[in-house]
Design a protein around this ligand. Structure first.
Ligand code: T4K
Length: 378
């Protein structure tokens, strides 16, 4: 086999989509002419309506990022006590619970989807439990039916962290239609972004009113402040960028879909590598991430060996989500964090590696990344 040369430029786990700068300047001119920069301006209003359509949801509220959005979701449902969640997620997920004085209770994850294991939730419910906060990890939908059944049986709320799941659908229904509230992140590293940003979606008009008050300090009008709100507002420039980006998300998803296929073809037969979970035909994915799991005994090298080897070639993969949230200093003293309670998550946390995934990568780049990985297998 010929020698593999390092990439001449750094290849990161992802790269943001950049719309043509001319389109941005044109929109900036509109904003300058309107003399309106934030606080429910016209760009903000139009983006909310456009995203409701795109995501096929009745109500959407924009936010300045996904984390503040999730904070407000928890507040809007008046959750307290304990909330059952997953340890296999970004730090933001349990942190919003703690910031709301709620104790996260970590439930183990499903071996295949890496989402919260719906079959293990019920045994963790106590009188203190008020909700389930599940994450559609890497854009793969949770077992939404089972989670709702459990929630209905025990009178719990369901909040979805759909940070990775922009545009994902089940049976033609937007993923935001499940549970009481879903949060989307529009961070620069997402398949659709507003630089920073996020949204809450829900099916209840009263809830939209409450959420919109909460994200604007609880200010109802010039004479009344009716609840303890926060500043969660998205400004006009980022809302305008979001409107432009809606024109580019289909193209980005299609490019990524093709790259997923290349990864699957190149790595599918490598012993010791497990690829992205296969979803049912009725699920429309968004190809946000490409994640492998490395079984060291079979592959001959560990996840960390692959990570280090890729670095030598200027490829910067990421160990999403390692460490597990249950291993953070702020959570590891919890009973639910004990490794024996989270056997699957603890194995997957050691095996998982996110490989570069973004539309500007070429099929040849992906083939080369796969060749580097294969070059160190036993
Ligand atoms: N829930 C879940 C499940 C989440 O995954 C997240 C965020 C949230 C909640 C919270 O949503 P937000 O409040 O963020 O809206 C990144 C993102 O910052 C974060 O949004 C995301 N999840 C998380 C999974 O990934 P880092 O710390 O890994 O980002 P960073 O700066 O290392 O960026 C990753 C790579 O992307 C870099 O190596 C290079 C590239 N990059 C990044 C930026 C920002 C660029 O090429 N250009 C850029 O501008 O967290």
């Amino acid at each position: 086999m010929s020698k593999i040369e390092p990439f001449s430029e750094n290849i990161f786990v992802t790269r943001p989509v950049f719309p043509p700068i001319e389109e941005v300047t044109e929109k900036l001119r509109d904003i300058w002419a309107a003399k309106w920069l934030t606080n429910n301006g016209p760009q903000h209003y139009m983006l909310e309506r456009e995203l409701e359509q795109y995501l096929k949801v009745p109500y959407l509220s924009l936010f300045n990022n996904g984390t503040i959005a999730l904070m407000v979701a928890i507040q809007s449902l008046r959750l307290q006590g304990d909330v059952i969640t997953t340890p296999f997620t970004f730090a933001a997920t349990p942190h919003v619970l703690s910031w709301n004085n709620i104790r996260p209770i970590f439930c183990d994850i499903d071996e295949d989807t890496m989402n919260i294991d719906a079959d293990k939730i019920e045994s963790m419910i106590t009188p203190q439990t008020t909700a389930i906060l599940a994450v559609h990890v890497f854009g793969t939908p949770c077992n939404v039916e089972k989670i709702q059944q459990i929630a209905d049986a025990y009178g719990l709320k369901v909040v979805y962290d759909a940070a990775h799941a922009f545009g994902v659908e089940i049976d033609g229904q937007g993923i935001g239609n499940f549970g009481d509230i879903s949060m989307f992140s529009f961070h620069a590293t997402k398949v659709y972004h507003t630089l920073e940003g996020g949204a809450l979606v829900h099916r209840n008009k009263n809830l939209k009113q409450r959420i919109d008050l909460l994200k604007n300090f609880g200010i109802k009008n010039e004479d009344e402040v009716v609840m303890t709100g926060i500043n969660g507002k998205l400004d006009e420039v980022r809302a305008a960028i979001g409107r432009i980006m809606l024109g580019y998300v289909a193209d980005e998803k299609e490019k990524r879909r093709k790259l997923h296929k290349v990864y699957n073809a190149e790595l599918g037969n490598v012993a010791g590598l497990k690829l992205m979970p296969k979803c049912d035909e009725n699920v429309k994915l968004n190809y946000q991430y490409y994640v492998i799991r490395v079984d060291e005994k079979v592959f001959g090298k560990s996840r960390d060996d692959i990570y280090d080897e890729l670095k030598k070639y200027n490829v910067h993969a990421r160990k999403y989500f390692h460490p597990l949230c249950s291993e953070f200093t702020c959570y590891r003293q919890l009973n639910s964090s004990r490794a024996e309670n989270l056997p699957v998550a603890n194995v997957i946390g050691q095996q998982v590696l996110s490989l570069p995934m973004y539309g500007d990568l070429t099929a040849d780049d992906v083939k080369k990344i796969c060749a580097i990985i294969k070059s160190i297998s036993k």
